[in-house]
Design a protein around this ligand. Structure first.
Ligand SMILES: NC(=O)c1ccc[n+]([C@@H]2O[C@H](COP(=O)([O-])OP(=O)(O)OC[C@H]3O[C@@H](n4cnc5c(N)ncnc54)[C@H](OP(=O)(O)O)[C@@H]3O)[C@@H](O)[C@H]2O)c1
Length: 338
């Protein structure tokens, strides 16, 4: 079978289509014919050698996929041949609190990932793909969607009428917009592009702020909320945005710390966290049970992920380049098999 590998050293130009032996499912495992793979920012930084410069190579990148079960190992009862499933991001994190061993079992580094024609995953680490979604749409769910679900629903505990701020218009933030709308919240979206903000309004954004034109976007959040601030900020910006998020959120509000798009280190005053009684919750994607809960919500609501562009398997490196350009709105997907 064919699989992309980061070979020798890091960089999009080091992605090579390699031949690997067809994997075989062992006890309790599924063999999947991968249909589609979606990219996350982590996959880009993994390929670039930024996410984990010590990652052993060769590595098959990516963690998101939708695939068809083509064989099952002994003892599998969760799925049958022909089922359409998505693997979970952390294969040993089925439920419960995060633990070291669970978080070490992530696809696309340190474990080989999904950008391959065939993959084997434990049946316990797969979930049924929602029936109304295409393969490309279903492939967007394991990382970005689940992160947004856990940010808005599990940790954010968002209620109808509350105000949620989503930073940027990438995969996580647009899912956060969609889930927050599902629970009846008002969503403020920031972006570097007025064109993307117009599209965010079409998706139901209540307020929009261009963070290039208005670098003090936290003031605009206050203005839009009558001085109160937002109930929840979906923090994907990191060092460059966190201090502003501390002032965009209301007294007693929540910041869910997800990403570091603008870097991880910055001088920071912690005083607003205590004086303004802010809850800061770090999070890493989520477990299988929350994935299943999310899929029930996706199925019941008919929610459709925002797919920016689909690249053929042969052009997967161009999908990474497209993501690196920052032009995307929502998810970038690679179609692996017809
Ligand atoms: N903790 C977790 O479990 C978890 C899970 C998934 C992702 N993440 C992290 O979350 C972040 C987003 O991931 P993603 O896959 O959604 O990325 P993505 O799809 O590539 O989205 C990136 C978008 O974020 C916006 N952006 C970039 N720099 C920004 C800044 N300084 N301030 C505000 N917005 C900015 C841009 O939107 P505009 O073009 O509209 O300006 C950009 O298009 C990454 O850091 C990723 O590693 C963490």
């Amino acid at each position: 079978m064919k699989a992309y590998e980061i070979q020798g050293s890091f960089g999009i130009d080091r992605l090579r289509l390699a031949e690997r032996p067809d994997p075989q499912p062992g006890q309790g495992e599924l063999l999947l014919a991968v249909k589609a793979v979606s990219l996350n920012h982590r996959d880009l930084t993994t390929v670039e050698g930024i996410y984990n410069p010590k990652q052993r190579l060769p590595l098959i990148p990516c963690s998101d996929a939708a695939g068809e079960v083509v064989a099952v190992g002994e003892g599998v009862t969760r799925f049958r041949v022909g089922d359409r499933v998505c693997p979970t991001f952390a294969r040993h994190w089925t439920c419960g609190e995060p633990e070291r061993e669970k978080l070490r079992s992530t696809l696309g580094g340190p474990l080989d990932g999904t950008l391959a024609e065939r993959i084997v995953v434990p049946a316990e680490s797969a979930v049924a793909a929602p029936a109304h979604l295409s393969d490309e749409e279903a492939a967007t769910l394991p990382c970005a969607a689940l992160t947004a679900w856990n940010a808005v629903v599990t940790h954010g505990r968002t209620k109808p009428g509350e105000v949620v701020v989503a930073l940027g218009t990438g995969g996580v933030s647009l899912f956060a917009l969609q889930f927050a709308r599902l629970v009846g919240a008002r969503v403020i979206v920031t972006s570097s592009s007025d064109g993307k903000l117009a599209r965010a309004r079409e998706l139901g954004a209540w307020g929009t702020i261009n963070y290039r034109a208005e670098p003090d976007w936290e003031r605009k959040v206050k203005e839009l909320t009558g001085g109160r601030g937002a109930d929840l900020v979906i923090e994907v910006g990191g060092a460059g945005t966190f201090s502003r998020s501390l002032h965009a959120v209301r007294l007693g509000g929540t910041i869910v710390m997800i990403g570091a798009l603008s870097g991880g280190d910055a001088p920071l005053s912690v005083i607003p966290i205590l004086m303004r009684q802010i809850r800061v919750q770090g999070m890493l994607v989520g477990d299988r049970e929350s994935f299943e809960a999310m899929n029930r919500g996706v199925a019941a609501s008919g929610l459709r992920p925002v797919v920016d562009r689909v690249f053929p398997f042969e052009q997967a490196p161009d999908a990474f380049r497209h993501m690196a350009s920052g032009e995307h709105f929502g998810k970038v997907v690679v179609r692996v098999a017809g």
